[in-house]
Design a protein around this ligand. Structure first.
Ligand code: AMP
Length: 369
């Protein structure tokens, strides 16, 4: 268990690292950030940082010597980096969560082996494999690179009659996974926390709307039956247990079926705090960032109760120019990441709006979930 005053090392210096560092400071903890980008927003709020590539082992050695625990804000931390650090200092979450979630095929296989539903899928290593996958799954289907995909990058939808050779080339002829196209009703996610001893808490299920493959709004409560919400939380718990997970993670899900047939199926696991959990900063008793710090410190998890109806809207690119009007809006909680250039598609900040009617808090997760 960490003592107040301990130092949390964070790999990655983006807005997620920044908000973890801010939450750590609230709890009397210090942070040390390692990130190759000299303009990292997390550097602004942390006493210590090292600007170095993730494979600079001399820098990693110095970093490890200055921290009590290491965590990460993104899932593409090189495994060699994770293992080097884990040999020197506790790494939370551990390297297993990284190894599985870095590879979409390993991730989907892991989820399926837990008896949890995913889109039907097939491994694709060459054009013949793609043809075999299409014969098995049919079209439309989604072809995704196994590694380094995010925000819709590294994937193409293949529609009926489309040329498979073109799709294979469009993806850069790299190892891929073919997924059956899921005609989902909605997209939702569960953000949950687990400690090493198995203690577990999940925030309310969040409904997510994407624009151009980037999260635009998260709304809580999600439009979801109580049964499907329970299913979502128990899926998160099973995944957390199977990964021996420590910290906060998110499970992105598709809602399929209607009425009594409504259920969720897993799309993706993020082994980190997640954009769809930002609403918790102002809309729940404990924020996902504080919860992550508590979990990796071995401290009691915080209460996850929601305090009203909540909507989180991302400020993408030029949206951030509205900052002044948003600040003037009664009750809007504005979070800005301190990034200089409002490039198209860049996450610059977010706004959380909470409607505190007591009715809205009725579907708080059952104790202990
Ligand atoms: P991903 O990078 O896997 O999170 O996918 C990005 C987005 O593409 C998801 O949020 C969905 O909107 C869509 N998508 C991904 N996989 C599928 C699928 N198998 N069927 C339908 N839509 C999908």
């Amino acid at each position: 268990m960490l003592k107040p005053g301990s130092v949390i090392g964070i790999l990655g210096g983006g807005q997620l690292g920044r908000m973890i560092a801010l939450a750590a400071a609230e709890l009397g903890l210090k942070t040390h950030i390692l990130c190759p980008d000299k303009d990292s927003p997390a550097f602004h709020v942390s006493e210590h940082h090292i600007c170095a590539p993730y494979d600079d082992f001399a820098a990693l050695e110095r970093f490890a010597a200055g921290v009590d625990v290491v965590t990460y804000e993104f899932e593409n931390v090189p495994l060699a980096t994770a293992e080097f650090l884990a040999a020197r200092v506790p790494l939370r979450p551990g390297a297993k969560a990284l190894a599985i979630t870095q590879d979409r095929l390993a991730e989907k296989s892991f989820v399926r082996d837990l008896g949890i539903e995913t889109a039907p899928f097939a491994a694709v290593d060459d054009l013949a494999g793609l043809e075999a996958g299409v014969a098995a799954l049919g079209l439309p289907a989604v072809l995704k690179t196994r590694r380094f995909g995010y925000d819709g990058k590294g994937q193409v939808i293949i529609r009926p009659e489309e040329d498979l050779t073109a799709a294979w080339h469009a993806l850069g002829r790299q190892s891929a996974i073919l997924e059956g196209f899921v005609a989902f009703e909605r997209e939702v996610s569960v953000v949950a926390a687990r400690r090493a001893d198995g203690a577990f808490q999940a925030f309310d299920v969040t409904e997510n709307v994407h624009r151009e493959h980037i999260l635009h709004t998260s709304t809580v409560p999600a439009t979801l039956s109580a049964g499907a919400a329970r299913q979502a939380r128990s899926i998160a718990r099973a995944i957390g247990d199977a990964l021996d997970y420590e910290g906060v993670f998110a499970v992105e899900l598709f809602v399929v079926g209607c009425g009594a047939d409504e259920r969720v199926i897993v799309n993706e696991i993020a082994p980190r705090v997640h954009n769809s959990g930002h609403w918790t900063q102002d809309g729940a008793v404990t924020s996902q960032f504080e919860q992550h710090v508590r979990a990796i410190a071995g401290w009691p998890l915080g209460e996850v109760a929601r305090i009203g109806r909540v909507e989180m809207t991302n400020l993408i690119g030029a949206d951030v120019h509205d900052w002044h009007a948003l600040l003037a809006e009664p009750g809007a909680h504005v979070h800005l990441y301190g990034k200089d250039e409002a490039r198209a598609g860049r996450k610059m900040g977010h706004v959380v709006r909470v409607r505190r009617d007591p009715e809205a808090c009725t579907n708080i997760p059952e104790a202990g979930c």
